[in-house]
Structures are given as C-alpha cells and as structure tokens.
Write a protein that binds this ligand. Structure first.
Ligand SMILES: Nc1nc2c(ncn2[C@@H]2O[C@H](COP(=O)(O)OP(=O)(O)OP(=O)(O)O)[C@@H](O)[C@H]2O)c(=O)[nH]1
Ligand SMILES: [Mg+2]
Length: 486
C-alpha cells in the first residue's frame, strides 16, 4: 500500500534537500513531482490541485526556522497537508448512546462489508465493552446470512435470525425490536452489495435507512482501497441517497495506490473512520490521518506500533524473557515465544513500515516472504523438539537431530542449520540486551534475515539506521537508534 507514492514523494524531497532556502524556483520541480506522484496514485485531480497549491502557499509563506533545513521543512508541510486532506484533526466516532446505536454497513459488491461487520463487532465487544447484535440483511444471497453467522459464532457474538423472505427494511426493524428486548447496545446491519447506479437497489437501501431513521443510525460505506478515485463517485452517490456518516477503507493491505484514501474525505466531506488491513478479524484499525500521513512519507508510525504491542504482547511473558536475557539466557523456547508475539502484531512488512525510515529499506529489499517462510520452517522444527531441548539446545546431538528432522519433515542439514543459526541469535540477543535495555522492540533482532547475527538484508551491520543518524564508526557497537529512541 502506498509504496509507489512513498517512493515518488521521496524523490520529490530530494530536489529540495541541500538547498539552503525554499524559493519559488526551487520548489517548482519538487511540486511538479508531488503533483505527478499524486496523479499516478489515482488521487482525484481536484484534490491534487488544491493539495499542491496549499503546499506551495505554505512552503513559500513559511518562515525560515533556524536549525531546520528547507528539505525537512518541506517534508513537514507535505505531511501536514496529507493529514489535512485525509481529515485533519480526526474526531473519533462515538459508540456511546443512551439507547441502541444502529450501524448500517453499505457498499458495492465484494468490498468487504461482511468482513468489516465482523471486525467491527469484535472491536466493539473487546475495546468498547458493548453488547453487539449482528444482523444479516442480504436477502439476495442466502449464503450471505450463513457467512455472517459463521463469523458471529467464531467471535462469540449473537447473530440475528433474519427472515430473508421479508425485505431488508423489515429485517432491520425486527432486529432493532429484538435488540431492545434483549438489551443490546449496538446493532450492526450488514446489507447486500449493490451498484451505486442501480436505482432500484439504491432505493431499497433508502427504505432501510428510513425505517430505522428514528434511532439515528450511523451509516458506514465500506470502500475497497483498490478502487482508486472511482470510489469517490461511489461514495458521492451513496452519500446522496442514504447520508453517510463515515467511510471504511478496506483492503488497505493490498498494493492499492492510495487514491481512495487521499480523495474520499476531501471530495465528499465524509470522514474516514476505519481502515481494514486484512482478512482476519483482528485486521482493523481506527483511522488516524496524521499517522497514515507519516506512514506514506516513510516517517513510520511508532504510536500504532506501540499500541499494537501493548494490546497483543503478554507483558508478564515479555518481562520473564527480559529477565532471562539479562541473565544471559536465551532459549529456543524464548525464541518461539518471540516469533509468536511478533506474528500476533502483524506481518513483518506491515510492522517494519511502522518504524521510521524502514519504508525505504523495505522497498529496496522487496519481497519479505522468504524470511516469513524461513520463520514458519523454524517453527515446525522447534515444534518437534522436546521441552528439555527447547530449554537447552546444547543437549541436541546427532541422534536427537535425526529425530527432530524426521518429526518435522526436514533434512538433518536443515536442523543443523537451525541450531547453528540459533547459536548466533543467542549471542546476538544477549548482546542486544545492552542496546535495547529500557524497552526495545521484543524480537526484532532474532528474526531470520532481519538483522540477526547473520546480518540479513536489514541487519544493523548492513547500515540500517534511523533517519538523521550518522553511520557508526567501523567496529563500534551500540544502539544505532541512539539512546531512548523509542
Ligand atoms: N486482503 C483483504 N481482504 C479483505 C479485506 N476485507 C475483506 N476482504 C476479502 O474480500 C472478500 C469479500 O469480502 P466480504 O466481506 O464478503 O465482502 P462483501 O462486501 O460483504 O461482499 P458482498 O456481500 O458479496 O457484497 C473476502 O474474500 C474477504 O476475505 C481486507 O481488508 N483485506
Ligand atoms: Mg457481504
């Protein structure tokens, strides 16, 4: 997501870097590149126009701040404008009501409405402690009801037994009545996908909205980020027909160019509420314009990363591991736990992008799947080890190696390779203790290909360091991020 855009922005910034002052003539080229970058990302041309002119005005009007170079100043202006165009000061959607809150989920076919309905119910149950009722209201496809029922069951959330022989408006009303009787807080109505140009279906949606109008529903449009600026037209029509209160951008994990994210708010005035980042129920994030702007500009998004870590990492477990590390111990068991913690946070790529400066490195490295595959292979090998072996790999000699190889469906050589890699990791991890003392990112260093002792493509030894940090002198050890960077 946003990869090309990030790359093009980086090129545009290079034009200004090294200049000692921003002037009309020297930002002309940079602005041209920003403009092209946005158009290529399929951002609506009106949005591009006002974006570029806002950046120009701000850049030329900006006072020279001592100590900040014009390049950095320009990046900051583009960052703020990006955040601005996506909604600026984002006010969070409120889910607290005295009476039931109905949420109508609408959109084109296959955009991710049902998946989002499931994710939202999980979010509301876990984060907002709400009692949610999921309501299947797709009367065209019987399988749609089953899809939501299955999701609801997996999340342990009640699913309304909609009568599909009646219309979606009637379903919505009976669901609200049922919710009232059963003291539910929130009712999520998952509607059928429909084309915005299909008048009949759009008027059906209108009647659903009218039927529950008295209960002041939120109406969320789920828009596939891949759709680009076409989604602007869609959003406008849906907004005109049913009055949207928010947009959800789905499939943000894809290689969408970013047009939808950057155009929709500006073109429709409807706030983006959530971004959907994958097929799993946990892949949902509240939308924060400034954080996304940071990710687009390779500034990372440490805030989200820390939040994710706080939500998903078992603190006690992490503390135990740190204590072991302090004692100079790092077992295969610890390594396995680290890998599991990391996978809970998301894919390697998505995590690395949240670290400032890593976006560009990631683009250079390209595909991370070999590293991901290597990790899965290691997990299989570890799962064939006994408890004692995981505690102390040193007892793993020839016969044990053969057994592990057989059990995990790997060759003897692969198991040997794993053990020798683990040895290096152990050295690295215990050595890293000094560097990340005081709370670093658990696990990063131990990952294959990501800066473990073997010096993977993102290894610290290979020169990866945060922006603005000078390359450490040869042979000098220490945290390249600087003390207290996180
Ligand atoms: N990669 C990715 N896939 C998603 C995301 N959201 C949904 N999907 C997938 O997109 C497909 C369609 O999702 P649904 O939730 O069924 O879409 P829908 O809008 O309810 O579809 P209809 O009800 O048929 O209109 C499924 O295969 C989902 O797994 C996402 O954020 N990322
Ligand atoms: Mg659906």
């Amino acid at each position: 997501m946003f990869d090309t855009l990030s790359e093009k922005f980086a090129d545009a910034f290079k034009v200004i870097q090294g200049k000692n002052k921003i002037s009309e003539s020297n930002i002309e080229d940079a602005l041209k590149q920003v403009r092209t970058a946005l158009l290529e990302a399929d951002v609506n041309f009106k949005v591009v126009k006002s974006f570029v002119s806002a950046v120009k005005d701000k850049a030329l009007g900006e006072k020279v701040v001592s100590g900040v170079n014009p390049g950095e100043q320009f990046v900051k202006i583009v960052h703020d404008e990006l955040a601005n165009v996506m909604g600026g000061n984002h006010e969070e959607m409120s889910f607290d009501r005295d009476s039931i809150l109905p949420i109508l989920v609408v959109g084109l076919n296959g955009q991710g409405k049902t998946t989002f309905s499931g994710k939202l119910s999980k979010f509301l149950k876990e984060k907002k402690k709400k009692d949610v009722l999921l309501v299947p209201a797709d009367t065209f496809r019987p399988a749609a009801k089953k899809q939501l029922q299955v999701l609801a069951e997996s999340l342990d959330i009640e699913c309304f037994d909609s009568d599909l022989s009646s219309g979606p408006d009637k379903i919505a009303i009976s669901a609200l009545n049922y919710a009232k009787e059963n003291k539910k807080d929130i009712v999520i109505v998952d509607t059928a996908g429909r084309l915005h140009v299909d008048d009949e279906l759009m008027s059906q949606l209108e009647s659903v909205k009218k039927a529950i109008e008295y209960q002041k529903p939120e109406v969320l449009l789920v828009a596939d980020a891949m759709t680009g600026q076409e989604s602007v037209k869609v959003a406008k029509t849906f907004h005109d027909t049913v009055g949207l209160t928010g947009v959800v951008l789905s499939k943000m994990d894809s290689d969408a160019r970013g047009g939808a994210a950057l155009s929709i708010r500006h073109a429709t005035g409807v706030p983006i509420r959530f971004i959907s980042m994958g097929e799993k129920m946990k892949d949902l994030e509240l939308f924060h314009p400034d954080r996304l702007a940071g990710r687009i500009l390779d500034m990372g998004d440490v805030v989200t990363l820390v939040e994710k870590a706080e939500e998903n990492i078992d603190e006690k477990e992490a503390e135990k591991m740190m204590k072991n590390l302090e004692k100079g111990q790092f077992s295969v068991d610890d390594f396995m736990k680290q890998m599991n913690m990391m996978s809970k946070l998301g894919s390697m790529g998505s995590l690395l992008k949240m670290i400032p400066g890593m976006g560009g490195v990631l683009r250079d490295v390209g595909d991370l799947s070999p590293a991901e595959n290597e990790m899965s292979r290691m997990k299989v090998i570890i799962s064939s080890m006994t408890k004692a072996e995981r505690k102390n790999y040193k007892i793993i000699k020839e016969s044990r190696i053969e057994r592990i190889a057989k059990g995990s469906g790997n060759t003897v050589q692969s198991v040997k390779d794993f053990i020798s890699k683990f040895k290096q990791m152990e050295k690295m991890m215990t050595g890293m203790m000094g560097m990340f003392k005081g709370g670093g990112l658990p696990g990063m260093a131990g990952f294959p290909g990501m800066g473990g002792a073997e010096g993977g493509p993102m290894g610290i030894q290979n020169g990866f360091r945060p922006p603005g940090k000078k390359k450490p002198k040869k042979g000098k050890k220490g945290n390249p991020w600087g003390k207290g960077y996180f």
